[in-house]
Design a protein around this ligand. Structure first.
Ligand code: ADP
Ligand code: MG
Length: 238
């Protein structure tokens, strides 16, 4: 569960062709990182996969099913936003439980999943607090908890750490990598930070102007960047 295939995926906004035609395969359990300069289409690509935008052409397959025919909620994916997307008036418990209450799960199952996510994220002691009473890192963990409880086929992260200070970013980066090792769930992670890409990814997808410049393991891209753009982005000596 969690293989994502893009076939000739295109996206236009009016006259602007943001993604011309993109092919990509992300294997089940893979940690894929999309990197590229601001405006290259990283968020758009993630939103297309999540179903928050409709494709202008092509198909997105999730475990061989055509996701472009499915409503976002049916795709089995969980998008993690920056920590400020939490509900400030709700406790941590309610924030984490929110998607499950929307989905109509029964109370006992919701509590079981919330406890399990809180334990995985070291949030057990904070369940009755509100986001304003938490540190930036804790808030980010709550945002991740809200995704974990849905037990998704894949997690989609859009620059989740960009609001955190440098020291916290390093800690959260390690925590997300640990989480991936533990869950072995497919993760797609968008960043413009080369260090995050190089240290977290199984596969890095380097984007420029809606096209894939190169996709491969960090080592492959470092050793054999296909062009100067990739080399420049990855920081390899070519
Ligand atoms: P990134 O996340 O890599 O910074 P985006 O995916 O946000 O890039 O944006 C890619 C391009 O698509 C940009 O030129 C942006 O202005 C444009 N774009 C994104 N969303 C919309 C939208 N809803 N309407 C019009 N243009 C958009
Ligand atoms: Mg973006």
């Amino acid at each position: 569960m969690g293989r994502i295939v893009l076939e000739q995926v295109a996206k236009r906004f009016g006259d602007a062709e943001v993604i011309p035609a993109l092919d990509l395969e992300i294997e089940d359990g893979e940690f894929a990182v999309f990197v590229g300069p601001s405006g290259c289409g990283k968020s758009t690509l993630l939103r297309l996969i999540a179903g928050l935008e409709d494709v202008s052409g092509g198909r997105i397959l999730i475990d061989d099913a055509d996701a472009t025919q499915m409503a976002p909620a049916r795709r089995g994916l969980a998008m993690v936003f920056q920590s400020y997307a939490l509900y400030p008036h709700m406790t941590v418990r309610k924030n984490i439980a929110f998607p499950l209450r929307m989905a109509g799960l029964d109370k006992a199952e919701i509590e079981r999943r919330v406890q399990s996510a809180a334990a995985a994220l070291n949030l057990t002691d904070y369940l009755d607090r509100r986001p304003g009473q938490l540190s930036g890192g804790q808030r980010q963990r709550v945002a991740i908890g809200r995704a974990i409880v849905r037990e998704p086929a894949a997690f989609l992260f859009d620059e989740p750490l960009s609001n955190l200070d440098a020291a916290l970013r390093v800690g959260m980066r390690l925590e997300i990598s640990e989480l991936h090792k533990r869950l072995r769930t497919t993760m797609i992670y968008v960043t413009h930070d080369q260090v995050e890409a190089m240290t977290m990814a199984d596969k890095i997808v380097v984007l420029q102007a809606g096209r894939i410049e190169q996709a491969g393991s960090p080592l492959e891209l470092y050793r054999a960047p296909r062009n100067r753009f990739v080399a420049g982005f990855i920081g390899s000596p070519r």
